[in-house]
Write a protein that binds this ligand. Sequence first.
Ligand code: SF4
Length: 361
Amino acid sequence: MDTVSIARKLINKISIYCEEELSFMEVCGTHTHEISRSGIRSMLPQNLTLLSGPGCPVCVTDEGIIDTAIEILSDNDVVLATFGDMVRVRGSHESIWDQLDKRKSIVIVYSPLDCLEIAKNNPEKQVVFFAVGFETTAPGIALVTKLAYENKYNNLSILTSLKMMPPVLHSILKDKQRKIHGIICPGHVAAVMGAGYFRFITEEYDLSAAVCGFDTSNIAAGLYFLSKQSTADSGGAFLNLYRNCVKEEGNRAAIKIMGEVFDIEDGKWRGIGEIKKSSLIINERYSSFDALKRFSTRPKIFASKENCNCRDVLLGNIRPDECRLFGKACTPQKPSGPCMISAEGSCSAYYKYWEAGFYGG
Ligand code: SF4
């Protein structure tokens, strides 16, 4: 049987467990896109809602650190390297992309390792890698920092905006007003940090959680498990459905290098605010490769004035299509907020398949 048929079979069975209203949250941009692309949402019973949490790294990158990247870029000797969607998101006033008009050097990279090559080829420039992401990209960024240190790439530095998943999940799950009955855990983060990294969801909040991979049948299996478990007397349960990639203890080499290069500190999340111990920053040993130190600056403080509803989308308070701007004032061609700008953003995922008539929200 193919994966779509398996998914359909599982989803058809879900309705028997959905006598009451249920809401499940996924916290991974790739899951959000696959759920939209596959049409899973349109097959679910009416009283089962899927919410998309803060799983898109570009969407949660704070305005203040974007302003800092722009400030560093004002130095004519700087080449700023970053991931594609990051350049289009505005800080307090402008985006990194807007700096192109001022003849600034901006390079889009696909891998953190590209930055070593850029630094090597531009010895007269200061290359700054604006590194955003979650635990998934953090090991690669730690590796680049370590290689730059060991090989004395002294014209390379890293501006980090690296976030950790458990603290933001704690802040969502602690809010009892928010009715979430289960979590689809992000498979990529779990592949690095281990399935055990997410067991707190069940152990501390008595909620069911499933680590899922990215094909339709795996996500459907996760939804089936969460629905079935919601009616069980035994309370929350935890299941790793992505065992071919996710070990209980994670990827030891990746975790080791992160521990070697980063410290944990409080972090600002766009639209959400400060969350205790949720950010990875470059530690003392590698501090000469920290762009904040190299350029004697700090992340700017900025009180968000966004008039879009990304905060509510990121926290699972509303679905993207419940934002009053969705598909009207806010489209991928003319985005109002980061959740529509980033290809991983939930508004972008909803819009893409909604526009294609394959949405069923
Ligand atoms: Fe923000 Fe646009 Fe999404 Fe509304 S539709 S939450 S304005 S990104």
